[in-house]
Ligand binder design. Structure first.
Ligand SMILES: C[S@@+](CC[C@H](N)C(=O)[O-])C[C@H]1O[C@@H](n2cnc3c(N)ncnc32)[C@H](O)[C@@H]1O
Length: 279
């Protein structure tokens, strides 16, 4: 019998994210929003904030770029926007569920590489490699050399993602490469920094939207499930809680104590739009 592929929890997290994003916020983007001063931080404005984020990236695509490799293209929404803007776009999508959405959305307008970026092998070359909030999922020592390999001469890498800051304490929000280690490593490569824009202030409000969702929807459902379990199956529930004590403590710290918010995001993370050019 063929061995079953292990399911990655981060991948499932993104699949669940897409279901919730579509249902609650009427969006298929999987990135944060870019909240300008005029845009009220409200669930009804999530799509607009994400559209602002996509537009911000579009505005920072260097002149002369024609072909783009969209690494970690999510559900394909941004790839579709790039195609509509006239770029030739290929996509990298390691998640079978997300890839289904990408295919439904953009059909054969793009070639979709169904693998992790680390494993990508192709003769194709691009004017720009794009990481729209996908950079944090791939080890830097793999993503940057791979990008240099797939770029045309004098090509560009555009990264829009958050990084970990070196501050004391435990962040309730996971993810992100260490910012200083990233800068140190990238400085050893044949890449020139063209642009480094700190957009932490404009992206952080997305976490307040997550906090609202947790407080108003996820946590009450979670509490009701445990209320039923503790009443109907007290011994089994006690056993599960003991067995997965560390997991429950993490859930409690991250989600139930309301520590996941824009302030904690800004304290522990730094969100950047970075453009590099091959020397
Ligand atoms: C937060 S989503 C961003 C999606 C999209 N770029 C956007 O802006 O809406 C992260 C994406 O990274 C992809 N990803 C995760 N690990 C990856 C890897 N090793 N190689 C390539 N993509 C990866 C996920 O499948 C997902 O598409």
């Amino acid at each position: 019998m063929p061995k079953k592929r292990k399911v990655d929890f981060k991948e499932i997290g993104l699949d669940v994210g897409l279901i919730l994003a579509k249902q609650f916020y009427k969006t298929e983007y999987l990135h944060y929003g870019y909240w300008t001063d005029e845009l009220e931080v409200d669930a009804g404005n999530v799509y607009q904030a994400q559209e602002n984020y996509a537009n911000l990236i579009l505005e920072h695509i260097p002149d002369g770029v024609k072909s783009i490799l969209d690494v970690g293209c999510g559900a394909g929404k941004f790839a579709e926007k790039l195609l509509d803007a006239g770029y030739e776009v290929d996509c990298v999508s390691p998640s079978p569920n997300l890839t289904r959405h990408v295919k439904a959305l953009i059909g054969d307008r793009s070639r979709i590489f169904e693998c992790g970026y680390e494993d990508l092998n192709t003769d194709r070359r691009y004017d720009m490699i794009l990481f729209s909030e996908s950079f944090q999922y791939i080890p830097v020592k793999s993503s940057l050399p791979q990008s240099i390999r797939f770029l045309n001469p004098k090509g560009f890498i555009l990264i829009c993602d958050f990084f970990r800051k070196d501050v004391e304490g435990t962040s309730p929000i996971g993810g992100g490469h260490d910012l200083k280690e990233f800068y140190d490593y990238v400085s050893t490569l044949e890449l020139d920094l063209i642009e480094d824009m700190d957009i932490t202030k404009e992206t952080a409000p997305s976490i307040d939207i997550v906090d609202d969702f947790l407080t108003q929807t996820a946590v009450p459902i979670y509490n009701l499930i445990f209320y039923a379990l503790e009443n109907n199956f007290p011994r089994l529930t006690a056993f599960i809680k003991w067995k997965f004590k560390k997991r429950f403590e993490k859930i409690d710290y991250k989600y139930l104590q309301r520590k996941t918010n824009a302030d904690s995001f800004s304290r522990f993370k730094s969100y950047h739009l970075l453009v590099y050019k091959m020397r």
